[in-house]
Design a protein around this ligand. Structure first.
Ligand code: PRT
Length: 109
């Protein structure tokens, strides 16, 4: 099993643990808005690391971001397999072509 799949299982197993002994359980107990806010913070920290941090800092922030994304997805009952299936569905479709099909007149969004 790959790392993200193992992490998804670990998060699912920890969700109902005690918030005193589990960070995942602490986030879950805090509720969806708090989980979403944390994900937003981690996204911002990743952007800052990309723009002004070292390669190592970006790697750490990206790991935090992926971890918190999995916590959020789990809290919403969306699985990693769901997300990967969506990416598979998009495979080979250029983002530019997809956008043009959505907006054939090229109207600025
Ligand atoms: N991969 C992670 C992981 N990555 C990051 N984090 C935590 O995410 C938090 C990141 O928040 P910040 O960087 O903002 O640090 P902070 O200021 O301490 O956080 P806050 O107090 O603001 O919430 C830190 O507490 C990190 O330790 C993680 N916590 C847990 N995991 C995985 O989840 C598993 C279960 O963890 P528990 O639920 O704690 O048992 C672990 O075995 C790991 O595999």
């Amino acid at each position: 099993m790959d790392t993200l799949s193992r992490l998804e299982q670990t998060i699912a197993a920890r969700r109902d643990a005690s918030p005193n002994t589990s960070y995942v359980a602490k986030l879950q107990a805090a509720g969806l808005p708090q989980i979403a806010q944390k994900l937003g913070e981690e996204a911002t920290e990743t952007v800052i690391a990309a723009l002004s941090g070292s390669r190592e800092e970006l790697t750490r922030e990206a790991a935090d971001l992926l971890f918190h994304l999995l916590v959020l997805l789990g809290a919403k009952d969306v699985t990693l397999a769901d997300v990967l299936a969506e990416l598979d569905r998009r495979e080979g479709v250029s983002g530019l072509d997809e956008k043009a099909a959505r907006n054939p007149q090229g109207i600025a969004e």
